[in-house]
Design a protein around this ligand. Structure first.
Ligand code: 4AD
Length: 431
C-alpha cells in the first residue's frame, strides 16, 4: 500500500507493510546496516536497511544515496521509541528514483548562502513548517471574510497610474512608452466595489521600493485589503480584531504542532482574544515618553517606539486617530478634532510591529478635493477615484493587512524574509 509518513504515524500502522516515496533527509551506515531518515511532505521517519534483507541492487542503491536523493522504499512498520515519530520502517526494497549530485546545503551555512540557494533551502524542515503554517493562516483569513462575514473577493490591476501611499516607495515601470507603477496598495480599486458589492477584499501582492533594510520590510509583500460600505472607524477596528482573533484561535486549535515546529508556543497565541487594548495616538506618544522613549507629538512611531508600547502585551494594540499631517490623503478627518484622522494601526505584541493599517475614508467630494490640494496631489491623476465621490457616495472604511507581518508575528520568526518563499528586498531579487 502506497502511503505517506504522516499517515503511518497518525494511524499507528505498526506491523503493516507499506510503500513510501520521498527524499533522504539524513543518512548513516555501518557495515551491513544503513539508517536513512526519510522525508516526504507529511513528515520524517527512519528507514532501517539490512544488507541481507534487501536485494543486492537495492543495497547498492541505498549506499549510493546522497542527502536529498529521491527514492521509493517498501517495508514493515515497527514501533521504535527512539526514532523520530516513534516508528521505523524495516526495508525489504529500496530503489533510487534520482540520486542527483551531492546536496550543496549542509550544516552551519551563512544566511546569505541559504538565501542564494533558497529554491533548495525551502525543502528544509524549518521552511516546510513555515510554508504549511502560512498556508493555514491565509486560509483562515479568507475563511473569516468569505464564510463568517460574506465578503466578495475582487481582482485589482497590479500595474497602475498612481499610488495612494506616497511617491517615495513607488516602483516605476515603462508601460508601452508611458510611465506606470507597480501597485503599492489595491485599496482604491477595492473602494470601487463597496458601491456595488458592499463588503469586498483584495488579496494580492503590493510593491514598496523600501530603501530600508529591516527585519519587517519587503519590497514585494502579500496584502489583504478589505473594504466595507457603511463601516465607521470603530466598526473597522472591531472587524480587524475579530479577524485576527479568528486566525490565532484556529491556529492554536488545529495546528499547535506546526506552531511549535516554527518556534511559537501555542499558549502564547491562545491569549490573542478580543478585546485588544485601544489607545489614541496622542496618549500613545505620552506613554512612549513615560517608558523612556523620546518622541514628539506629530512624529510617527518607529520600531523602537512600537516595541516600547507593546513589550508587555500578549495581544495586539490598536493605536488610533493619528495626526492628519502624517497620514495618507484619503483618511477621514476626526469631526471632533480636525487635526486628527479616523484611522488605526494595529501593532503586533512584543515588538512585532505594525501588522495592519486602516481608516474610515473621506467620502464627500469637497473634502477629498481639499485634502488632495493640501497634499499637492493632482486631481487629474486621481480622476476616477474622485468620481467615486461624485455618484452616490456612502461612508466606508477599510484596512490593509501585511500577510508576512502576521506570519512573522504568529510564528515568532526573527525576520520577515522567512515568512515568504522568495523574499524581495533592497539587495535581493534572486532566486
Ligand atoms: O499602512 P499601509 O501602507 O496602508 C496601506 O497601504 C493602505 N492603503 C491599506 C488599506 O487601507 N487598504 O500598509 C498596510 C500594511 C501594513 O500594516 C503592513 O502590515 C504591510 O501592509 N506593509 C508591509 N509589509 C511588508 N513590507 C513592507 N514594506 C510593508 N509596507 C506595509
Amino acid at each position: 500500500m502506497i502511503t505517506n509518513i504522516g499517515t503511518i504515524i497518525a494511524e499507528k500502522l505498526e506491523g503493516k507493510d507499506v510503500a513510501l516515496r520521498g527524499w533522504v533527509y539524513r543518512l548513516r551506515g555501518s557495515g551491513n546496516m544503513m539508517f536513512i531518515v526519510m522525508r516526504d511532505p507529511s513528515g520524517i521517519i527512519q528507514i532501517a536497511i539490512k544488507k541481507d534483507k534487501v536485494p543486492e541492487k537495492d543495497w547498492k542503491d541505498a549506499n549510493d544515496a546522497y542527502v536529498e536523493s529521491s527514492f521509493t522504499v517498501t517495508g514493515r512498520v515497527k514501533k521504535d521509541d527512539r526514532a523520530p515519530g516513534g516508528f521505523e520502517i524495516e526495508a525489504t526494497e529500496f530503489e533510487l528514483i534520482s540520486r542527483g549530485d551531492p546536496f550543496p546545503i549542509s550544516k552551519d551555512l551563512s544566511d546569505e548562502f541559504l538565501l542564494d540557494v533558497r529554491h533548495l533551502w525551502l525543502r528544509s524542515q524549518k521552511m516546510t513548517s513555515i510554508m504549511k503554517a502560512r498556508h493555514h493562516i491565509v486560509n483562515y483569513l479568507r475563511e473569516f471574510l468569505d464564510e463568517k462575514e460574506g465578503f466578495y473577493e475582487i481582482a485589482p490591476p497590479i500595474i497602475t497610474k498612481s499610488g495612494c501611499e506616497g511617491g517615495s516607495t513607488l516602483f516605476e515601470m515603462q508601460y508601452f512608452g508611458e510611465k506606470a507603477y507597480l501597485t503599492q496598495s489595491s485599496q482604491m480599486y477595492a473602494e470601487v466595489f463597496v458601491f456595488s458589492l458592499g463588503k469586498v477584499y483584495v488579496f494580492a501582492p503590493s510593491f514598496r521600493a523600501e530603501k530600508s533594510r529591516t527585519i519587517r520590510h519587503l519590497a514585494e509583500y502579500w496584502h489583504l485589503e478589505p473594504e466595507m460600505a457603511f463601516y465607521d472607524y470603530k466598526m473597522n477596528m472591531d472587524l480587524q480584531e475579530s479577524m485576527v482573533e479568528y486566525v490565532a484561535q484556529n491556529m492554536v486549535k488545529n495546528h499547535s504542532h506546526l506552531l511549535k515546529a516554527c518556534g511559537r508556543e501555542p499558549e502564547d497565541l491562545a491569549k490573542v482574544k478580543g478585546p485588544f487594548p485601544r489607545m489614541e495616538y496622542k496618549n500613545a506618544v505620552v506613554k512612549v515618553n513615560e517608558l523612556g522613549g523620546k518622541m514628539s507629538h506629530g512624529e510617527d512611531f518607529g520600531a523602537d517606539e512600537e516595541a516600547l508600547l507593546t513589550k508587555e502585551l500578549d495581544k495586539p494594540l490598536f493605536v488610533y486617530k493619528y495626526p492628519k499631517a502624517i497620514k495618507a490623503f484619503y483618511m477621514k478627518e476626526d469631526p471632533s478634532n480636525p487635526e486628527y484622522v479616523l484611522n488605526n494601526d494595529l501593532l503586533g505584541p512584543r515588538g512585532h510591529g505594525e501588522i495592519i493599517g486602516g481608516s474610515e475614508r473621506i467620502w464627500h467630494l469637497d473634502e477629498l478635493l481639499e485634502r488632495m490640494k493640501e497634499q499637492n496631489l493632482k486631481e487629474a491623476d486621481y480622476k476616477w477615484y474622485v468620481d467615486l465621490r461624485r455618484y452616490g457616495s456612502v461612508p466606508h472604511s477599510g484596512f490593509g493587512l501585511g500577510v508576512e507581518r502576521v506570519v512573522k508575528w504568529m510564528l515568532n520568526l526573527d525576520h520577515i524574509r522567512d515568512a515568504i518563499p522568495f523574499p524581495r528586498t533592497i539587495n535581493r531579487v534572486y532566486p
